[in-house]
Design a binder for this molecule. Structure first.
Ligand SMILES: Nc1ncnc2c1ncn2[C@@H]1O[C@H](COP(=O)(O)OP(=O)(O)OP(=O)(O)O)[C@@H](O)[C@H]1O
Length: 352
C-alpha cells in the first residue's frame, strides 16, 4: 500500500480556550511546493510548528511516509524549520553558519566541507563565504539561512514567512530563487505566507486557512479561477462583487437587469453576490453582461491600469483592469462614463 508522503490527520491544537488549529486533515506529496495561506491568526504558524515538533498536538496525528512522527522531538524529525528571523549566528562566518548543523550532527569534517561548498555554489554565495551576517544584504542573509536549512538535506523544509523581511523587488526575485532551489534539491517545501500573490507565484498547491481550518486546497489556477467561497474569492487577488437577487429564471442586478452566470450550482437565498475578476471586464457593451458607470479613479501599475467605476449596482467601485494596449486605445479619464462587459462564464455566484 502506498502512503501519502506527508499526512496531517485530524490535527487540533488548543491554547487554553483558543482553538488555533481545528480538526485539520491534509496530505502533501513528495517534492511538492505547498503554501499555507491565511490571514493573521488563522493558525498557519501553529500548524507549521506542530509539523516541526515545537508544538505538541492536542489531537490527531502526523505521518511521514506512513510512520507517525508526532511523538518525535524536533531534532529527530527529518523536517527542518527555517525561522522568519533567520537566526544566523552573528559571530560566525557564512561558512561556519552553514556548517554548524552538520558539525552538531558529528558529520565527518571532509563531508561537512564538501556539502557546505556544494551549497555555497548553489546559492551563489561562494565569494562571500568568509563574511559575517552583518556584512551581508538582507537577501544574502536569507540565502544563507536557506542554505543552512538545506545543507542538512531534510525530507521536508518548513518555511515560516521566508521572504517577510525583504523589500518588494527582492521578494519577487527570491520567490523564483526559492522555486529553483526547491526544484534543484527535490525537497518538499511547506511555506507559510499571508501574501496571496507570493503563494500564487511559488506554490504547486495552496491551502487557504481560516479559523484553524482549511477553507480550500488547490493549485494556484484552481484557487484563483474557481474560488470555492466568497472569502477565498475576496482573499486571493482582486474581486468585484455585485449584489444580485434571485429571479424565477436566474439572477438580476439591483436595477433589474438579468445577470448571466457560469451556471454552477448557486447558493440558496434570495440575495446573493455575483463575483467577477477585474481582468475579465472589457471596455464596451458586447459581452453577456454589462454595466455603465463613472470613472472615479485610475491606478497605474505599469503593466496594467486599474479603472475604478462608480455604479448604482454596487456600493464599492467596480474595478476593471486594462492592459497597456487597451488603456492606449480607450484613454480612460476620471469623471467620464464608461461601459464594461463580461461573459457569463466569468460570473461566479456566492452567498451574500
Ligand atoms: N503560544 C500560544 N498561546 C496562546 N495562544 C496562541 C499561541 N500561539 C498561537 N496562539 C493563538 O492561536 C491562533 C493562531 O495563531 P497562529 O500564530 O498559528 O496564526 P498565524 O496564522 O500564523 O498568524 P500570523 O500570520 O499572525 O503569524 C491565534 O488566535 C493566536 O493568538
Amino acid at each position: 500500500m502506498t502512503h501519502p508522503f506527508l499526512s496531517i490527520r485530524n490535527v487540533s491544537k488548543a491554547f487554553g480556550s483558543v482553538r488555533a488549529v481545528a480538526d485539520l486533515s491534509l496530505d502533501i506529496a513528495e517534492n511538492e511546493f505547498f503554501a499555507l495561506l491565511g490571514a493573521s491568526g488563522s493558525g498557519k504558524t501553529t500548524l507549521l510548528r506542530m509539523l516541526a515538533g515545537f508544538e505538541d498536538l492536542t489531537d490527531g496525528d502526523i505521518l511521514l511516509e506512513g510512520t507517525s512522527i508526532a511523538g518525535l522531538t524536533p531534532n529527530r524529525r527529518p523536517l527542518n524549520l527555517m525561522f522568519q528571523s533567520y537566526a544566523l549566528f552573528p559571530h560566525m562566518t557564512v561558512t561556519q553558519n552553514i556548517a554548524y548543523g552538520l558539525e552538531m550532527d558529528r558529520l565527518p569534517k571532509a563531508e561537512t566541507a564538501s556539502r557546505v561548498s556544494e551549497i555555497l555554489d548553489v546559492i551563489q554565495l561562494g565569494h562571500l563565504a568568509k563574511r559575517k551576517p552583518d556584512q551581508l544584504s538582507g537577501g544574502q542573509r536569507q540565502r544563507v539561512a536557506l542554505a543552512r536549512a538545506l545543507v542538512k538535506r531534510p525530507k521536508v523544509l518548513l518555511l515560516d514567512e521566508p521572504l517577510g523581511a525583504l523589500d518588494k523587488k527582492l521578494r519577487s526575485e527570491m520567490q523564483l530563487e526559492l522555486k529553483r532551489l526547491q526544484h534543484e534539491f527535490g525537497i518538499t517545501f511547506v511555506v507559510v505566507t499571508h501574501d496571496q500573490e507570493e503563494a500564487l507565484v511559488m506554490a504547486d498547491r495552496i491551502a487557504i486557512m481560516k479559523d484553524g481550518a482549511l477553507l480550500q486546497v488547490g493549485t494556484p489556477h484552481e484557487i484563483y479561477e474557481s474560488p470555492g467561497t466568497r472569502f477565498a474569492a475576496d482573499f486571493i487577488g482582486v474581486m468585484n462583487f455585485l449584489p444580485v437577487s434571485r429571479r424565477a429564471n436566474g439572477f438580476a442586478t439591483r436595477d433589474g437587469t438579468p445577470v448571466k452566470t457560469d451556471g454552477r450550482a448557486a447558493p440558496t437565498g434570495t440575495q446573493v453576490v455575483a463575483a467577477i475578476r477585474p481582468e475579465r471586464l472589457r471596455v464596451g457593451g458586447t459581452g453577456d453582461n454589462s454595466l455603465t458607470g463613472e470613472i472615479t479613479a485610475l491606478a497605474y501599475h505599469g503593466l496594467d491600469l486599474l479603472v475604478h467605476i462608480s455604479t448604482a449596482l454596487a456600493d464599492a467601485p467596480v474595478i476593471a483592469r486594462m492592459t497597456a494596449d487597451e488603456a492606449d486605445g480607450n484613454a480612460p479619464v476620471v469623471g467620464r462614463q464608461i461601459t464594461v462587459s463580461w461573459s457569463a462564464k466569468d460570473t461566479h455566484i456566492f452567498p451574500e
